[in-house]
Design a binder for this molecule. Structure first.
Ligand code: THU
Length: 132
C-alpha cells in the first residue's frame, strides 16, 4: 500500500482525539484506520472513575469497525493531544492484530511499520484453529 494518505488519516485521528473523555490522565488519544473496503473507522479513549476499566482509543475503533460492517484494517495511526503520532499500547497492538489485514501498516514514532513489526510472533486467531 503505497497510496495511503497518512496526513488525511492522521487528521481523522486528531478529530477523534477531540472527542476523548480523559479527565483522569488528561491524555486524550484519537485513533483512525482504513478498512480494506475503503471505509475509515476511528475511536477515542474513554476513561472511568474506576481507572482500570478505562477504554483506549483503539477499543472504540475496533467497536466502530464491527458496528459499521467489519472487515480488516489496512492502515492505522493514533495521536496524542498535541496531534503527535504515538504508539498503540501493548494491549491495543493485540486488539489491532485480531482485525489486521496481513499487510497492515501503522504510522509509528519510527516511521511506517507493518503489524508484524509492532507485534512480532503474535498470538492470534490461527493459534486457536486446532481447538475450534
Ligand atoms: N491510551 C490509548 O487510548 N491508546 C493507547 O494506545 C495508549 C494509551 C490512553 C489510555 C489512557 O486513557 C490514556 O491514554 C493515558 O494512558
Amino acid at each position: 500500500m503505497t497510496d495511503i494518505d497518512w496526513d488525511a488519516l492522521r487528521e481523522v485521528a486528531i478529530s477523534a482525539m477531540r472527542s476523548a473523555y480523559a479527565p483522569y490522565s488528561n491524555y486524550p488519544v484519537g485513533a483512525a484506520a482504513l478498512v480494506d473496503d475503503g471505509r475509515t473507522v476511528a475511536g477515542c479513549n474513554t476513561e472511568n472513575a474506576s481507572y482500570g476499566v478505562g477504554l483506549c482509543a483503539e477499543c472504540g475503533l475496533v467497536s466502530n469497525l464491527a458496528m459499521t460492517g467489519g472487515g480488516s484494517l489496512v492502515a492505522f495511526v493514533c495521536v496524542n493531544g498535541e496531534g503527535e503520532t504515538i504508539m498503540p499500547c501493548g494491549r491495543c497492538r493485540q486488539l489491532l492484530y485480531e482485525h489486521a489485514h496481513p499487510t497492515m501498516l501503522l504510522e509509528t514514532v519510527s516511521g511506517i511499520r507493518t503489524i508484524d513489526e509492532v507485534l512480532p510472533d503474535a498470538f492470534g486467531p490461527r493459534d486457536l484453529e486446532r481447538v475450534n
